[in-house]
Design a protein around this ligand. Structure first.
Ligand code: HEC
Length: 162
């Protein structure tokens, strides 16, 4: 009988791991960010699955897999648009004197000394730390999203709210 060489065993293990990764149940966080491909596609980011996912999260609070977004601590508001309006213009007066921020490009990029990036938006959305490294008013929930959902909604805010 053929003895398997240790190096072959290594490849076999790697292969099995790859198979296991492929057959694992769909987990948003395991998917690579598709930015590089999608930004170059016709119709732009909005026409891609990631773009549609970001829009769905912002506007309805459910991602394309119909998973409701949640925050820690939890919030009664079900979507970003519920506080920031569908066009992202914000200005809603909320509890404790908080006013929802204007998320349109001019407000969060053009008019900023330290303009938001997709990464710093993702940080603000998930941890409440803004582009100046200050803590936002806690009325802005700290969203617990999968890596993919967080990325997609940050790209949506960055590129689609004009
Ligand atoms: C309960 C209402 C509410 C919901 C829901 C909400 N936000 Fe906010 N958001 C706020 C408030 C209020 C602020 C302003 C906080 C402050 O002034 O410190 C804010 C600030 C922000 C900021 C920082 C803007 C800046 O100028 O620094 C970002 C980015 C943001 N929200 C994105 C989102 C996204 C994306 C979602 C959905 C995943 C969302 N928000 C859902 C209330 C909300």
């Amino acid at each position: 009988m053929n003895q398997m060489k240790p190096s072959n065993v290594g490849w076999l293990v790697a292969g099995l791991l790859a198979l296991a990764a492929c057959s694992a149940p769909r987990d948003n966080s395991a998917q690579p960010a598709a930015t590089a491909v999608t930004l170059a596609s016709p119709g732009g980011i909005a026409a891609t699955r990631a773009g549609a996912n970001g829009r769905a999260i912002f506007q309805t609070g459910k991602d394309l897999s119909a998973v409701q977004i949640v925050a820690q601590p939890s919030t009664v508001y079900q979507s970003c648009a519920a506080c920031h309006r569908a066009d992202g213009s914000g200005g809603l007066h909320l509890s404790g004197g908080a006013v929802s921020a204007d998320l349109r490009h001019k407000a969060i990029v053009t008019a900023q000394k330290h303009p938001y990036t997709v990464d710093s938006l993702a940080r603000a959305i998930s941890t409440g730390v803004d582009n100046e490294s200050h803590l936002l008013n806690p009325v802005m929930p700290h969203w617990q999203l999968s890596k993919q959902d967080l990325h997609d909604v940050a790209v949506y805010v960055y590129t689609q709210l004009k």
